[in-house]
Structure formats: structure tokens, C-alpha cells
Design a protein around this ligand. Structure first.
Ligand SMILES: Nc1ncnc2c1ncn2[C@@H]1O[C@H](COP(=O)(O)OP(=O)(O)OP(=O)(O)O)[C@@H](O)[C@H]1O
Ligand SMILES: [Mg+2]
Length: 259
């Protein structure tokens, strides 16, 4: 189960940051629509998705589906027309940041007029390839950044979820978040966002606590969604880390009920 930022109480500064978020998007995507090209060769059954803890439209646990739909609606309201890039990051490690990023991307893909692209940007602990059953051995984000001649199509993987693609992190190496401010990464993001106007991009980021990487990654996003494990981070710690981000980008804080 997840809850929204409002559980932190209406008087906290994060609520104020939410209102400012709407002005954050200046670049709009243009270009053709991608839907026709997004044929899913091996769609997963509802049962298989539930086993993987991925939401789907026919799911019987409506509370979880509705919670992700609500976050989607909030982001779409902030974003206005056109697509946008959202970074999702946990405040403390293992709080469910990747779980929220994956399911939020799936919620955007419910809509037949939209596509979603999830990019695993957790350099130290990439997890989306395993969660989505994608073989990321040599065709992920880092492989592309090191060898752009690989081509973007090679790193866009099907997930078994209609209209949702994954760019896994790729071959694991020791590297720092400075990679995210590289020219290659910015060029890749620009081409991913402008190629298809209906493509919503989700960056699965590393924990905010203890490393500047999530803040560096947020430079590439229009919106930031932080995730806190219920009862894990104190309100003052949440406020301190929320303040690390551009208030115009901070769309909210998800309170995740870890199993
Ligand atoms: N609400 C939830 N319901 C069910 N399982 C969950 C939930 N939240 C997290 N999990 C599971 O808990 C584990 C840790 O979650 P996840 O990998 O999303 O955390 P994270 O914050 O991304 O961690 P990291 O710091 O490694 O990036 C995963 O196995 C995930 O599937
Ligand atoms: Mg993660």
C-alpha cells in the first residue's frame, strides 16, 4: 500500500512546494506518436503481474491501483499538456523507490494513448531488470553511454506490459552520479523525450540519503517524487532531504507501506 504526501500533514513545507511544481516544465516534446509501434510481443497475464507485484487495470486490490492512479493524475495536472520526465527516488535505501517508480510507470501505461519508459538510474543497486525479467547483460544505459554506436533501439526492452519499456542500467560498473551530468546522458534524454510526444519517462533514482547522486539526476527531470518507507524516516529528515531539490520540481512524497 502507498499513501500520498498529505500524510505528512498539510502545514509542512512540502505542500507549498507542490503548488510551485506546475511552472517547472518549459520544454515540450514534439514529434510523431509512438503507439502504433508499441506492440507487446509477449504480454504478461494479470496473475503473472500480481506475482511480480506490478499493478494492472483488472487487479482486484483496487486500493493499490487507485493510489498509483492518483499520483498519475496529480503529475498530469502539474505537467499540463505534453510529456515529462519524473525522477522517483527513495529517501533512505530499500524504502520501495524502485517499486513505486515501476508501478507509477505501469499506471501511465494503462492509458492507451500514452506510453511509459522506465530508466534504471541506480548505479550501485540496479533492480528493475530483475523485477521485470529483462536480460540486461550488455544492453543498458551505461553500455549506451559508453558506446553510443549501440543505438537507442538496442537498449529499449519490452517488459511484457503493453506500452511500457525499460532501459535497464546495464553492465554493472563502479561509477559516480557525475555520469548523469555528462553530455551523452543529456543528449540521450533529449532524444528520448522529444521523439514521441506521448512518452512519459520515469527515472528510477538512488537513495537521497548519503549521496549527491539523486540530486544530480534530478537535473534531468521535470518532477521529483520522493519515497519514504512508512515510519522509517523522521519528519525532520524528510524535510531536510526534500529541501535538497528544486522546489518547483518536487511533486510530492509517497509514503510506502513496506511489506
Ligand atoms: N509496497 C510494497 N509492496 C510490496 N513489496 C514492496 C513494496 N515496497 C517495496 N517492496 C519490495 O521491497 C523490496 C525493496 O524495494 P525497492 O527495491 O523498490 O526499494 P528501493 O528504495 O528502490 O531500494 P534501493 O535503495 O536498493 O534503490 C523489493 O523487493 C520490492 O519489491
Ligand atoms: Mg531502487
Amino acid at each position: 500500500m502507498i499513501g500520498s504526501h498529505e500524510e505528512l500533514g498539510p502545514a509542512n513545507p512540502i505542500g507549498a512546494a507542490l503548488d510551485a511544481g506546475g511552472s517547472g516544465i518549459t520544454r515540450r516534446a514534439s514529434g510523431s506518436r509512438s503507439i502504433a509501434r508499441m506492440v507487446e510481443p509477449h504480454p504478461l497475464s494479470g496473475r503473472a503481474l500480481e506475482d511480480r507485484r506490478i499493478i494492472h487495470p483488472e487487479q482486484t486490490d483496487r486500493a493499490q491501483v487507485d493510489a498509483f492512479r492518483e499520483i498519475r493524475t496529480r503529475l498530469l495536472a502539474l505537467g499540463g499538456e505534453g510529456n515529462f520526465v519524473t525522477m522517483v527516488a527513495p529517501i533512505s535505501p530499500m524504502s520501495g523507490g524502485s517499486f513505486v517508480a515501476r508501478n507509477l510507470a505501469a499506471a501511465f501505461a494503462f492509458d492507451e494513448a500514452k506510453t511509459a519508459l522506465l530508466i534504471d538510474c541506480n548505479l550501485r543497486n540496479p533492480s528493475q531488470h530483475a523485477a521485470l525479467g529483462v536480460d540486461a547483460a550488455s544492453s543498458g544505459l551505461i553500455d549506451y553511454l559508453e558506446h553510443p554506436q549501440l543505438g537507442i533501439e538496442k537498449i529499449l526492452h519490452h517488459t511484457g506490459i503493453p506500452r511500457l519499456r525499460l532501459i535497464p542500467n546495464g553492465r554493472k560498473r563502479e561509477m559516480s552520479g557525475e555520469y548523469f551530468s555528462s553530455f551523452g546522458m543529456r543528449t540521450l534524454m533529449d532524444s528520448l523525450r522529444t521523439r514521441y510526444a506521448d512518452r512519459y519517462i520515469f527515472l528510477d533514482g538512488p537513495a537521497v540519503k548519503g549521496s549527491p547522486d539523486a540530486r544530480i539526476l534530478s537535473e534531468l527531470a521535470d518532477f521529483v517524487v520522493l519515497v519514504t518507507g512508512s515510519g522509517r524516516d523522521s519528519p525532520s529528515l524528510i524535510r531536510k532531504h526534500a529541501a535538497d531539490f528544486d522546489p518547483r520540481k518536487l511533486a510530492g512524497i509517497v509514503v510506502n507501506q513496506l511489506p
